[in-house]
Design a protein around this ligand. Structure first.
Ligand code: ATR
Length: 271
């Protein structure tokens, strides 16, 4: 039976085995998806051997998402632009194909849970400029947002995104992050703030319009302080769990030949 894995260091925290395990059972597919702890210095060797062991592909997570690009034979344009990959396909010709499905997952989650969302209605505001934010920025620009505002505690990371992603990106100072919400129709927390055990996001939401859609990449808790406050202001909100679920779908389909569904059963299985 086909095998797939998630490679990380550490990897025990990953929810991907539960996610793919649920789909394998649900569709009655004879296959396995396993977590593999792989030290950074062993990644190249592990990737060389996996196809010969029956693996058809893998997800990669921290700390391998960037370094895997140099080890792949084919890198999709969006993975190259984002500077990271999360999904690998071991092709039958022996080549390793690397893609990034995080941006796809981000948009698919919004489309599923806020079907009336129209990206080109107004500017998007992204709080944070880390690895996850880069995928969000790429997918929002691809979806047609007219302007993409971004603020990050470490400003240079936001400047770097502007330099790479172009003229629609407008950098705001971290101290001015509240101001960038004015008139924004899509607002995203792409920092890790609000996660269980970390402090809440402190960006003032006074300028946030009730017509805006608010979404968060953090999904523990499902309703972060940022989402709760946005909802209290009248905004439609979409939690971050769906992004994790949707980013997994293209890999599952490529490896196991079945387009999987993201539904309530899956959410319960993964939480
Ligand atoms: P990920 O891949 O999840 O995006 P990351 O690349 O480490 O992880 O990025 C984490 C994001 O959360 C960054 O935008 C980070 O800001 P910095 O670039 O300034 O580090 C942001 N972040 C984390 N803790 C923060 C805090 N206490 N205050 C403000 N921003 C924070």
């Amino acid at each position: 039976p086909p095998l797939a894995a998630v490679l990380g260091w550490p990897v025990a925290h990953s929810r991907s085995p539960r996610l793919h395990g649920h789909w394998l059972r649900r569709y009655g597919i004879e296959g396995h998806y396993v977590p593999l702890p792989v030290m950074p210095e062993h990644l190249a060797e592990v990737l060389r051997v996996m196809p010969r062991m029956g693996f058809v592909g893998a997800n990669v997570t921290i700390p391998h998402k960037e370094s895997v690009l140099a080890l792949a034979d084919v890198v999709t344009d969006r993975a190259a632009l984002i500077g990271a990959a999360n999904t690998l396909i071991f092709r039958s010709d022996g080549k390793i194909h690397a893609d990034n499905t995080d941006g796809y997952g981000f948009i698919a989650n919004i489309r599923q849970n806020a079907p009336d969302w129209i990206p080109d209605l107004g500017p998007a505001a992204v709080i944070g400029a880390g690895g996850a934010a880069r995928a969000v920025v790429a997918s929002l620009l691809e979806s047609g947002v007219p302007e993409l505002r971004i603020a990050n505690r470490t400003r240079v990371r936001a400047e770097q995104i502007k330099a790479e992603f172009g003229a629609k990106v407008v950098v705001y100072d971290w101290a001015q992050a509240g101001n960038m919400l004015e008139g924004a129709m899509t607002v995203v927390n792409a920092t890790s703030m609000g996660m269980v055990g970390k402090e809440a996001l402190r960006v003032p939401l006074d300028a946030l319009s009730p017509d805006a859609l608010a979404t968060d990449l953090v999904y523990t808790p499902l309703i972060t302080p940022f989402l709760a406050e946005a909802q209290a202001r009248g905004c439609e909100i979409v939690d971050g769990l769906g992004m994790l679920l949707h980013q997994a779908a293209p890999g599952f389909e490529r490896w196991f030949g079945q387009r999987p569904e993201v539904d309530e059963d899956l959410r319960r299985a993964v939480l």
